[in-house]
Design a binder for this molecule. Structure first.
Ligand code: ACM
Length: 244
């Protein structure tokens, strides 16, 4: 099977622009599964809960999910993407999984990073593994990487591949994921973003790019540059993750 990571530089708050850009960028990609960054459609640096409430969308009825369901159907590929999710009165930093036959499921970020704790609600899904038929995928979001238990739980739940939407601002994640893949015998696909955001009174955040796909022995199969937008793909035998 072929998996891919998408790396973008969203314009904050310009959901239509960011989604259309992603659809264009993925138009010619041939893959079974694509992982997109955390909050890929809105950007990262919300300055108030009110902004989250204004930009959050229901899943899968919201416009971003609907656009990616269309892509999924047209291209016959599964897509994992990060977005601000509205669910009733709650707002989550979430990653949705969609496929050619429709909505598959949602994961809500367990380890909220820094000010995210004032912007989003505490997650209630726990770590999730989804069986896509050709592979079982586990989903975690960005800062979950720093806690070895996140990847461990996904491996124990039977994941072959960790799908990891991210907006990384700290160093070390890309290297730490080598260990996460190696110690768990599991593939991983970290989809990060690039660029800088500095909104309101907040300090600038620089996102580190270098989205990567690792095999179940921690070897790098492909990696994008720190400033490069685009897609990187790798052919993998996901079942190899079942032989520990
Ligand atoms: C992060 O969790 N987006 C740093």
């Amino acid at each position: 099977m072929r998996i891919g990571v998408y790396q973008n530089c969203p314009r904050f708050g310009e959901v239509d622009y960011n989604v259309e850009q992603a659809l264009r960028d993925l138009e010619t990609t041939e893959a079974d599964l694509i992982v997109m960054p955390e909050l890929f459609n809105t950007g990262y640096q919300f300055i108030s809960r009110r902004e989250v409430e204004d930009l959050a969308e229901e899943v899968p009825s919201g416009k971003t999910s609907q656009a990616l369901l269309g892509l999924s159907r047209d291209k016959k590929m599964f897509v994992v993407f990060g977005l601000a999710e509205r669910h009733g009165e709650k707002f989550y930093n979430s990653a949705a999984v969609v496929g050619p036959k429709g909505f598959v499921g949602i994961y809500r970020k367990v380890h909220l990073f820094s000010e995210e704790k004032t912007l989003f609600d505490r997650a209630d899904t726990g770590f999730q593994v989804f069986d896509l038929g050709f592979a079982r995928i586990g989903v975690m979001i960005c800062f979950d990487w720093i806690f070895p238990e996140s990847a461990r739980v996904l491996a124990l739940l039977g994941a072959d591949i960790i799908c990891h939407p991210a907006n990384l601002v700290l160093p070390h994640c890309q290297k730490a994921m080598v260990t996460r893949s190696l110690e768990n015998g599991i593939f991983s696909a970290t989809a990060n973003r690039i660029g800088v955001e500095s909104r309101g009174h907040k300090g600038a955040l620089t996102f580190t790019g270098e989205s990567q796909i690792l095999d179940n022995a921690g070897r790098t199969l492909t990696r994008l540059g720190p400033h490069e937008a685009g897609v990187a793909v790798a052919d993998i035998a996901a079942q190899r993750a079942r032989n520990k």
